[in-house]
Design a protein around this ligand. Structure first.
Ligand code: 6GU
Length: 227
């Protein structure tokens, strides 16, 4: 998979060199390139934003630098991802869909967003997804893009050593994951639930399922048709 990121904060993405995704980059499974939007500004101050037409608070990112940057990066089989609190929810299902794409381009906006014509222009040509991490506001798309790249990248075949470990995770089944325990069997007076030491695989599976349902109903009733 190829991933391009356009941002005014390229240094944010240094963290992609470490951990699981760092290894995926080194092994060539995921080819990530970061581009500085300011290199596509032409004035002396490398301006990438301006005041909004119609008035209002904040600044809007100008279309010209975005057009020049993206024209050099997108091809006909690219998917343009625009992280935005005004986007559709980014879910595990979205991550699965994006993991099947050959080329993702992340356009990280700051301030009050990117001139809407940039999104409309590329949406006429390629797949464009405006996506939000959740119902809260971040200062820009960078941290959101990083979260999305991690969620998508770990689903790319070969990135995770044991793919079976992906199936039992929170959100893959529509339920939250069951609680996990390891040695010692007794820690600070707290025992591991005895069923997990019983060797009875059927009983363990049943207990885990019940835990998933209890936990989901308690903390995320919305996932199972409640509230
Ligand atoms: Cl994708 N971007 C920004 N700026 N804020 C967010 C978000 C994205 N998702 C939640 N809040």
């Amino acid at each position: 998979m190829r991933v391009d990121i356009v941002t005014i904060f390229p240094e944010f993405f240094g963290v992609l060199d470490v951990s699981l995704l760092g290894r995926a980059r080194q092994s060539g499974l995921i080819d990530v390139r970061v581009h500085d939007l300011r290199e596509f500004a032409h004035d002396r101050h490398r301006t990438v934003d301006d005041s909004p037409y119609g008035g209002g608070a904040g600044m809007v990112m100008k279309p010209e630098p975005w057009g020049e940057a993206l024209d050099g990066i997108v091809g006909e089989s690219s998917t343009l991802v625009v992280p935005s609190p005004a986007g559709a929810p980014f879910t595990q299902a979205t991550a699965r869909e994006l993991a099947a794409r050959e080329h993702l381009v992340f356009a990280c906006g700051r301030y009050e967003g990117i001139d809407q014509r940039v999104i409309d222009h590329y949406a006429d040509r390629i797949e464009v997804r405006e996506l939000s991490l959740g119902d809260y506001v971040l200062n820009g798309g960078e941290v959101a893009a990083m979260a999305m790249i991690e969620a998508v990248g770990r689903l790319v075949p070969g990135v995770i050593g044991n793919p079976a470990s992906l199936d039992e995770e929170s959100h893959e089944s529509g339920l939250l994951e069951y609680p996990s325990y390891t040695k010692p069997a007794l820690w600070r007076g707290r025992a591991v639930p005895p069923v997990l030491l019983s060797g009875n695989h059927g009983a363990v599976a049943e207990w885990r399922r019940a835990q998933q349902i209890e936990r989901t109903g308690r903390v995320r009733p919305d996932l199972i048709g409640g509230e």
